[in-house]
Design a protein around this ligand. Structure first.
Ligand code: FES
Ligand SMILES: [Fe+2]
Length: 443
């Protein structure tokens, strides 16, 4: 694991952001060897439900079969390879290939094929079942691993398991499901969510509700990282304002606290928020018993190697995933699930979470009882017709330029600050793979 003092020496060249050899190595040694976030368990509650997850040229089907168990297998027909299901959530008792109509049970077994007598070698079930993939669940999410010999998910997650445990992530409901295509390599997106160095410059609103200079970074085994940012406060680089900022006022009001009582006492707001959350938790149906006072006012973020960003607060979460474009390393997709811990309606509590930075952007349509997935290009964010919230829109509006510069002959390698230690850690782990593949001299 990287030490803080080694940050600047980590090699981050421009090639890895556009070179097809790097992309090929990532496919063979990362995407096909690592536990990957594939689906929401809530989309697979009922038997006959299926979700497809596309990563590069691979596509995985996750299904809840009639026996109640979850299965994962490649989305490739064992007859001649046709992709069986389109990307997305669906429900069907069987999977029928659109080409010659081979039919598979939801556990991946071949159920039947037209004109079976024309197969002189027969239709052996073991050989012709859909190629299985490892599957495990964690905190309401389904993870898959194409490597049949991979160690269990809990080994891979390591410290993440205990870090996430106090939060009620598995109880959160999906509020919004968005995918944006962006003109940058998938790692540029992860880099962006691995440092706060850019925040004061491109997210000027953050100074009104979080204190980035007092954030703490954590580096974990397997390339995972953590971040904790004090919330409900203003940025300590700037003078404390005389009265609550607009964000703080919204946050206080959502908890029924009179913001005007904090004129001249802005530094007291986090303690008041903590007290109000504790007092109101029972009535609102929240359970904060496993969380410390500090956790009640802290924004957390955990990046799970290689491509997951889990950012939230006790009441809500952005679960984001950066996926490579199958053919062009200079393009990628960012998936964002906005999840919210809803108060128990029987207790009549209203959520204050809509007022926080992890709120949804508010454009969700409901189809078949689930928010519809909204897919769009980054141009639509630039034009203002789509939004993934102000903060992420600001990031996305810049990433094509980051990609363009990193690809030019004028860029050799990154020169990092100690505020970018999580970027360094991510690439330090990547470099082991690139080094073994002969793409760089030393890791
Ligand atoms: S390719 Fe699927 S049935 Fe022929
Ligand atoms: Fe950002």
């Amino acid at each position: 694991m990287i030490k803080d003092t080694e940050v600047v020496s980590v090699q981050i060249d421009g090639d890895r952001y556009h070179d097809t050899r790097h992309a090929r190595v990532e496919t063979d040694h990362i995407w096909r060897k690592t536990w990957l976030l594939a689906a929401l368990e809530s989309d697979l509650q009922k038997p006959k439900s299926t979700v497809t997850f596309d990563i590069g040229h691979d596509s995985i089907i996750i299904s809840r079969a009639n026996d109640g168990a979850l299965y994962a297998y490649h989305n490739a027909c064992t007859h001649r390879g046709t992709r069986l299901l389109e990307e997305g959530v669906s429900s069907s008792p069987l999977i029928t290939c659109p080409y010659h109509a081979w039919c598979f049970n939801l556990d991946g077994q071949l159920r039947g094929a037209p004109d079976p007598n024309s197969f002189t070698a027969g239709l052996p079930g073991d050989r012709l079942r859909l190629k299985p993939v490892q599957l495990e669940t964690w905190q309401g999410f389904v993870f898959v691993n194409m490597d049949r010999d991979a160690a269990p998910l809990s080994d891979f997650l390591g410290n993440m398991v205990e870090r996430a445990a106090p939060y009620q992530i598995a109880k959160m409901d999906l509020l919004e499901d968005q995918t944006v295509s962006v003109d940058c390599n998938w790692k540029a997106m992860i880099d962006n969510f691995s440092e706060l160095y850019h925040v004061d410059h491109i997210h000027p609103q953050h100074k009104r509700f979080v204190d980035c200079p007092n954030a703490s970074d954590e580096l974990f085994e397997n390339g995972h990282t953590g971040l904790h940012v004090p919330g409900f406060v203003t940025d300590s680089r700037y003078p404390v304002p005389d009265k609550p900022t607009d964000y703080q006022e919204m946050q206080l009001t959502a908890l029924g606290i009179d913001a005007s009582a904090f004129h001249g006492r802005v530094a007291d707001i986090p303690a008041a928020i903590t007290q109000a959350k504790r007092e109101q938790s029972g009535r609102k149906g929240y359970d904060y018993s496993a969380l410390s006072d500090e956790q009640l006012t802290t924004v957390f973020q955990y990046n799970l190697f290689p491509n997951i960003i889990l950012s939230g607060s006790p009441e809500g979460l952005w679960m984001m995933r950066s996926r490579p474009h199958p053919d062009d390393p200079s393009k990628s997709y960012l998936d964002k699930w906005t999840l919210q811990l809803n108060p128990d309606p029987a207790l009549g509590g209203a959520s204050e979470h809509k007022q926080t930075m992890h709120a949804a952007s508010g454009n969700s349509e409901i189809t078949n009882g689930r928010v519809a997935r909204d897919c769009f290009g980054h141009e639509e964010i630039l034009s203002g017709s789509k939004s993934m919230t102000e903060t992420i829109d600001q990031d996305i509006s810049l990433l094509a330029r980051v990609q363009a510069g990193a690809r030019s002959s004028g860029f050799d390698r990154a020169w990092l600050s100690d505020q970018e230690v999580r970027v360094a850690h991510f690439h330090d782990v990547l470099n082991e793979t690139y080094h073994k593949a002969g793409l760089i001299d030393a890791s």
